[in-house]
Design a protein around this ligand. Sequence first.
Ligand SMILES: Cc1ncc(COP(=O)(O)O)c(C=O)c1O
Length: 404
Amino acid sequence: MTAAPGSNPLEARIGNQLEQFRRDGVYKSFNYLESPQAPRVTMEGRGQVIILSSNNYLGLSDDPVVMAAGKAGIDQFGAGTASVRFICGTFTIHRDLEIACARLVGTAASVSFVSCWNANEALPATVLTERDIVLSDQLNHASIIDAMRLAKSITKCETGVFKHGDYADLDAKLAAASGREVKLVVSDGVFSMEGSIVNLPALLAVCRRHGATLWIDDSHATGVLGERGRGTAEHFGLHGQIDIITSTLGKALGGAAGGFLAGSSALCDYVMQRARPQLFTNALPATVAASALAAIEVLEAEPGRVAALRENTAYFRQGLLSLGFRPLPGDTPIVPVILGETAAAIRMSELLLEQGVFVTGFGFPVVPQGQARVRCQISAGHTRADLDQALAAFSRVGRQLALI
Ligand SMILES: Cc1ncc(COP(=O)(O)O)c(C=O)c1O
């Protein structure tokens, strides 16, 4: 559609598109919260609701120790660096945080970023050249997809996608790329829409066979998988064996914001020297660095939180099965229930919210057409009463929609 005479073409175009989103039923409305992220929150205009859609896996977002550390961080360092780290100094709290991140995930070093999105974007565009290739799992997170696009345009490296979890396909693509100097392979540790875990032993074996470097984005696995919440590698008894890990501080580790890239000392040194999202933007605010560091220390001191998360997940998953739902099978606190069409997922999420349970519905293009779903996420902080109340709401809504 063309713009009305005299109107701004950009405003006209986006206005039309917003109208189309509304007509297609894919326009997102935002729920405002008046309290911290917690198993129960106060939602503006609605009152108390149970949250089953947060990445606050360990219940650390409103943990008193984590919050106090954030306050102490702002008291000691003020609001922020007021420039980029190499120009005007880098706070000691950033170095302490980076040491803790590396210790947690089992690498020699790490570099913090203002988000894991930034960490992902930084890596391939900084370290690859036109002699290299990066291959990505088909279901990897949007930040990895964009990181590949950026790397291709900046470095002229080759990029490719292998079928989800299909390491025969990856094997063939790596064999075809044998002439490439660096072969970088990237996969999510936990796939956020499925809740499934990468088959790390198989993936690592293929990478080792071809001399490829393995990069895992562990954003949904850090604090979640493994006995001590150290992530996908610990889950498989391979702690310390992944070449490069990126992860977020915006989910299990306090949930404020931030991310990190972890690997060898040389890699992290090089990224500090050369990565544009490190060199040309401010560091994490000190309060966020301090609360994330405290979150890691709480996790290290209290592995019982990871066990509680596992127990809560098993309880909720079993509860859904007993009601007659068929959640996607898996062992992570991400429990998706497939409903088919996008409208069905949105309807179910609306009805659940009316029952005081906040679960987001996801449709195309976030998930494949016809596989719209509501995605439940469990926290170590949920009590049995929270989970029972949520299951009762699922039971009522499931019967109302004739799903069970
Ligand atoms: C797998 C994965 N990687 C990266 C990100 C981005 O993390 P951040 O919020 O720190 O940018 C997310 C967040 O949704 C994610 O799920």
